[in-house]
Design a protein around this ligand. Structure first.
Ligand SMILES: C[S@@+](CC[C@H](N)C(=O)[O-])C[C@H]1O[C@@H](n2cnc3c(N)ncnc32)[C@H](O)[C@@H]1O
Length: 275
């Protein structure tokens, strides 16, 4: 594979299509990063340079290739129990309260929005199994969504490398909820069966969704413009049930974007409720 710096024209095409399709604002100054992410895809499609690949996508206008290019530019960094505090607050405060508030309906909907490869949703599923046995007889829906077909496929498969397992997952939980499958670890079928992973692009029409009691929307708003963040928060608010809570990433906030949210601190964690 030949490495040739991406031309300004090719760079502007990539930034444009990624913004149009996903609302992600790429930093054109980081063209080396863009090139590194596109190189494997270019190679896979038989191109010798990323410039040729970008030109190929541009000319052929094949939706599948365009989709793959956009997906290649998403950042899918995640891990089990990432930034532990939201999970602590979920265990000590939020779920105990929701168990009381929803006792008559015996139903809970939890959404991991922009779930990447699924570690966030599986972390929540294990937390419920470990600490809320009373919920075993409730209707508990654990929904993960993402723009990327590729990460959704990995989330559904529930297979993780040893390196992924070592990031944040305590050994007792690994042994209890996963089984070894060659070089990978597979989520046990009963835990996998209580999760669902489907496609949702924040900037395309949303499918009909149930009212959510807990929303994890972490480490994704950072990629969007203030207007896109505002619009996503408005739509998230509309699917939140009364007393529902929203978790954002440590570097994210609703402040200055959506005054309808109230910021609450508990157990070293910050979460948001609709006022
Ligand atoms: C850094 S990961 C965050 C994963 C997880 N929430 C966490 O905090 O560990 C960001 C995810 O956002 C997804 N994403 C980016 N743009 C999106 C969009 N427009 N709609 C839905 N998901 C998007 C990416 O595919 C990626 O998997």
């Amino acid at each position: 594979m030949t490495t040739a710096a991406i031309t300004p024209d090719a760079l502007s095409y990539v930034c444009g299509i990624v913004r149009d399709r996903s609302a992600i604002e790429l930093e054109a100054s980081k063209s080396y990063l863009i090139e590194a992410r596109l190189m494997p895809l270019a190679k896979l499609n038989g191109y010798t340079t990323t410039n040729d690949f970008i030109q190929g996508v541009r000319v052929s206008r094949q939706p599948e290739l365009e989709r793959r290019l956009v997906e290649a530019m998403t950042t899918n960094e995640t891990s089990f129990y990432r930034d532990i505090h939201p999970f602590t607050a979920l265990r000590t405060k939020i779920l105990p309260e929701l168990c009381q508030l929803r006792a008559s309906k015996r139903m809970l909907n939890i959404w991991s929005a922009a779930c990447s490869t699924g570690q966030e949703l599986y972390s929540i599923a294990m937390l419920i199994r470990e600490h809320f046995p009373q919920l075993a007889t409730w209707n508990v829906h654990l929904q993960g969504t993402d723009i990327s077909e590729e990460v959704l496929g990995r989330a559904r498969a529930g297979k993780f490398s040893q390196i992924e397992m070592n990031r944040g997952l305590p050994a007792p939980l690994m042994l209890k909820y996963f089984e070894r499958d060659g070089m990978t670890w597979q989520v046990r079928p009963d835990l996998r069966a209580c999760t669902k992973f489907t496609k949702l692009n924040f900037v395309e029409p949303w499918p009909t969704m149930p009212s959510m009691d807990v929303v994890f929307l972490r480490n994704v708003l950072i990629y969007f413009s203030p207007d896109t963040k505002r619009e996503i928060l408005r739509k998230v608010r509309q699917v939140m049930a009364p007393n529902a809570v929203l978790f954002l990433g440590a570097a994210e906030t609703t402040m200055g974007l959506d005054a309808a949210f109230e910021r609450i601190e508990a157990d070293h964690s910050v979460f948001y409720r609709v006022k």
